[in-house]
Design a protein around this ligand. Structure first.
Ligand code: FES
Ligand code: FES
Length: 162
């Protein structure tokens, strides 16, 4: 059976018919969002992570019909100059890069919930994501650097005359 869904991806609305068991991962890639990667396909690696209403979702486990009218954000929908992405690049937090979109989306979720996470909190939040290239130290450093950058910017905003 198919169902008509209204998908909102990175602020763009789509209306499409999907099989009731179609996975969000499949639909997003069908729409051209190839930053959404399939790794394990069973919810164990985090490569397919997207944000739905700001919360991380393993799109390889999610059925598209459940995301009717829910705003979805993928890594390729982040704006140019996204601070998390810039800090990942600065920290050289990738080798092959396959896992990185998932880590970036998880990092955005964490920093929205907890703007100043400890190293332990960063590691705990990202522990469901797997990087086969083993760049965990650099990834954690990138998240910490993004947090520091946001704090610095906030302090600058406070000092600036209104
Ligand atoms: S592909 Fe979805 S968690 Fe691994
Ligand atoms: S950078 Fe290669 S899997 Fe993470």
């Amino acid at each position: 059976m198919t169902t008509d869904v209204r998908l909102s991806v990175n602020g763009v609305r789509h209306r499409l018919a999907v099989d009731d068991d179609e996975l969000l991962l499949t639909t997003l890639r069908r729409l051209g969002h190839t930053s959404v990667r399939e790794g394990c396909g069973v919810g164990a690696c985090g490569a397919c992570t997207v944000l739905a209403d700001g919360r991380s979702v393993s799109s390889c486990l999610a059925r598209t019909v459940r995301y009717d009218a829910v705003p979805v954000t993928t890594a390729d929908g982040l704006p140019d100059g996204d601070d998390v992405v810039e800090e990942f690049v600065a920290a050289r937090a990738m080798q092959c890069g396959y896992c990185i979109p998932g880590f970036v989306m998880m990092s955005h979720e964490l920093l929205a919930e907890n703007p100043v996470p400890t190293r332990e909190q960063i590691a705990a939040h990202l522990e469901g994501n797997i990087c086969r290239c083993g760049t965990y130290q650099e990834i954690c450093a990138a998240v910490a650097a993004t947090s520091a950058r946001r704090q610095e910017r906030a302090r600058g905003d406070e000092r600036r005359p209104a």
